[in-house]
Design a protein around this ligand. Structure first.
Ligand SMILES: [Zn+2]
Length: 290
């Protein structure tokens, strides 16, 4: 029994990659363009690299260039928007070496959740590499806020990545929602990946005037009206807060490591999650890389 346990433990500690290239096409959320996303295997130690127009953009917090409405990375004049749903699914799969090729400046939004990205990654075949995976283990409580909105991370007592999230919107359909869970691949697939992005019908015209949400439609966004959802049936009663957690996982994946820590938030945003990453990394006493 001890041997089996040890064997499983050792197996769980390896970095993962994909076996073969796979692709998916679809419309992008903000620009409304047709995009093809291709995932290619990358050798161990290379990390996660986005590739567009001949430019490689390593996934690194230093390459985050915007966090308004979505997380955007960029390098040498090329930017990729709205990476968080794809990155969330990649984090949950344990994959740490991957080339992400795009022919547009956003991944396709697909159904607005992380589910199709999970299926795409699975279809590529997940393989273990020779290298042990690295973990960022949080050693101090770190909190960033904007008014009463905050995100924080503190040391884990259970040696895991746990998220406890609350959202509040002054809207009858959403109101206050709370959800918490341990982040692992099984929980992610069952509880988080299916949760879709959402938007308020009353804000669409404004967003479109700003060049955002141009690809949003009734098949890729939960459209929230003043009193009801206008286009779909919810997959979970609290699908909205679950989607926020999906975003958190994608945003924090930019740390580049598996995370051991307790994340807590009220009304999290991409900007606050990015501020948290910078706060964590600003002091080497905040964490240990194992
Ligand atoms: Zn999202």
């Amino acid at each position: 029994m001890l041997l089996i346990t040890r064997f499983l433990y050792t197996r769980a500690m390896k970095e993962k990659g994909i076996k073969q290239s796979v692709s998916v096409s679809g419309i992008t959320l903000h620009k409304g363009e047709l995009a093809t996303l291709r995932l290619h295997p990358l050798e161990s130690g290379k990390g996660i690299i986005f590739y567009k127009s001949g430019i490689e953009i390593p996934l690194n917090y230093k390459n985050v260039v915007d966090t308004t409405m979505a997380t955007t990375i960029g390098f040498n004049g090329v930017t990729i928007h709205t990476i968080e749903h794809l990155m969330s699914a990649i984090y949950a799969s344990g994959i740490k070496n991957l080339l992400i090729e795009l022919d547009a400046n956003e991944p396709p939004i697909l159904d607005g959740s992380g589910l199709d990205f999970c299926h795409l990654i699975k279809s590529a075949g997940i393989v273990e590499t020779e290298h042990n995976k690295k973990i960022i283990n949080i050693k101090k409580e770190i909190k960033v806020n904007n008014g009463n909105r905050y995100v924080s991370i503190s040391p884990s007592l259970n040696n895991n990545f746990f998220i406890d999230s609350v959202i509040y919107f002054p809207n009858k359909v959403i109101g206050e929602q709370h959800f918490s869970l341990e982040v692992n691949s099984k929980n992610y697939l069952n509880e988080i990946a299916p949760a879709r992005t959402f938007g308020f019908f009353s804000e669409f015209e404004y967003l479109k005037s700003k060049g955002l949400a141009l690809g949003a439609n009734y098949n890729n966004v939960i459209v929230v009206g003043d009193n009801e959802i206008l286009n779909t049936t919810l997959r979970f009663e609290n699908e909205f807060v679950r989607h926020k957690i999906l975003d958190v996982i994608g945003d924090l994946s930019i740390l580049g490591y598996d995370i051991v820590g307790n994340y807590k938030s009220f009304a999290s945003s991409h900007a606050l999650n990015y501020a948290l990453i910078k706060a964590i990394l600003s002091d080497s006493e905040n964490f240990i890389i194992e």
